[in-house]
Ligand binder design. Sequence first.
Ligand code: ADP
Ligand code: MG
Length: 356
Amino acid sequence: MTVERKDIPRQFAESFGRSPDVTTFAPGRVNLLGEHIDLHGGHVLPMALPFGICLAAASIRGGEDRIKSAQFEDIARHSCGAPKASHWSDYVAGALEAARAQGWLKGAAAIYCDSAIPVGAGLSSSAATIIATLKAFAPKGLPVTELAKLAQTVENQYIGVPCGIMDQMAIAAPAPGEILLLNCRSLDFTPLPLPQGWEVAVVHSGQHRELADGRYHQRVEETEAARQALKIQYLTDLAGRDPLPKLDSATLTRRVRHIASEQSRVLLAVDAIETASTESFGALMQQGHMSMARDFEASTPEIDQLVADAVTVGAYGARITGAGFGGCIVALLAKGKKHEWWQQLGKHHPSASLLY
Ligand code: ADP
Ligand code: MG
């Protein structure tokens, strides 16, 4: 599904009886490798998608924001200064609060948005929603790292999701069709062109998950406990260490093993991109999926099957993408093979859909 950008001002006018002051766009993102390591100072390989969220905004009078989304029924009203309301509109409202705190927005705003990013599927509809809202009010020329850090603050503090910075950076600094090699410690980033002959596919499993649910928070708490027990600033510094330091808890030992091995895989994957080695990159995706499933326990039996079948019918590699516990898989294919591949895979997975 795509959203027609030209329709957004008209849809804004239908909701609010006036024209918008500004329209913005923010893409979804798919993470090729480097899962759950942004919080631990790791390197990650996300890629902005060609579809995303379109948004129109205007400053309005009064003390109440009005928020309409094509994906939700009601028009939300948010009193300026109010905390989150555990409502779908929280992500927009949180970004408006941040824009006001920066002095970019004086008073209230009306927002209309329409998105092609499925919610809770691992393609970061949350960060895209926040960034599209912030962009409507941010000063021209604001560095992407500043935009990304502010968006992360909204998700961490206003919403209460202890996420890292990967999604916000991938969405604020999009390089369409290129993989973003991002150092989550320094925030240095380098776009790497997708090698000729490679094609990326994204398939929604049909299983949904809510990030604000307990398991994501539990993983953050577990890895923080491991970090403190090991008295180390960044768990990704354990990449390549053999043997890994022992922890009393077998669960925490597995979580640390995921983070250390995932960081090593990303560094090897950069070599695979530079030498255009589809086989190596695919194998690293496979190993990454096993690690997410066994050590991080963030996959599901349905997604494990989808990943296995994706490879059986011709992908070089496939893995769960995003925070996990449902949502999408990403696969690496030979260019030009996507249609044929999906015809095979879709037959065995009637609830799944090809998104990209
Ligand atoms: P994801 O993996 O897609 O980022 P999250 O659970 O982190 O999932 O965030 C989903 C939340 O983001 C939604 O519940 C909603 O509050 C907000 N959101 C996403 N898309 C939209 C949209 N089109 N309009 C309004 N809010 C949205
Ligand atoms: Mg999210």
